[in-house]
Ligand binder design. Structure first.
Ligand code: AMP
Length: 172
């Protein structure tokens, strides 16, 4: 039976700030069949791109990103908020739908020429994804695709990622 995955996404108005409708994936990942259907669908898109690494952004990108990496036989690399990673890092700053932030990855996490998929739960303005593209490319990796579960199309994140192969399962 195919599940309507959008029925598993909870809209939370005015979180974390007034005016933002937060797309909460927790009901989706708590449901075994919905989680499997999500990972299978993203993996089907991702597999032909032959990735070596899935890079997930803190923090929800780790959950589905880890599952995706395991499903595809890839390694997983975590992009984290400043000061969280214990080893030498490279960093990129970015603008959020609701503020500014910075992401870091370990300087030795990606080798030159490795094929990297950048994954997160939501593509909003594209600022986070663009920053992770910069991190991968600083380290000599090749970004072979950016699959998301949800895309907020009215925020035009794809424009910031022009020239890259972007995919989303659910569009709003
Ligand atoms: P952006 O950099 O604007 O594309 O924002 C993407 C990041 O912020 C992702 O890690 C999302 O999880 C989170 N995010 C931004 N807007 C929302 C939203 N409306 N609902 C859920 N997560 C969001």
């Amino acid at each position: 039976m195919t599940i309507d995955l959008s029925s598993k996404i909870r809209d939370v108005p005015d979180f974390p700030r007034p005016g933002i409708v937060f797309k909460d994936i927790m009901p989706l990942i708590a449901d075994a069949a919905a989680l499997k259907q999500t990972i299978d669908a993203v993996a089907e898109w991702a597999e032909p791109r032959k990735p070596d690494i899935i890079l997930g952004a803190e923090a929800r990108g780790y959950i589905t990103g880890g599952a995706l990496a395991c499903r595809l036989g890839c390694g997983f690399v975590a992009a984290r908020k400043p000061g969280k990673l214990p080893w030498r890092t490279v960093a990129a700053k970015y603008a959020l739908e609701y503020g500014f932030d910075q992401l870091e990855v370990h300087a030795d996490a990606i080798s030159a020429g490795q094929r990297v998929l950048i994954h997160d739960d939501v593509l909003a303005t594209g600022g986070t994804a663009k920053a992770t593209v910069e991190l991968v490319e600083q380290l000599g990796g090749e970004v072979v695709g950016l699959p998301f579960i949800i895309e907020l199309t009215f925020l035009n994140g794809r424009e910031k990622l022009a020239g890259y192969d972007v995919f989303s399962l659910l569009q709003y």
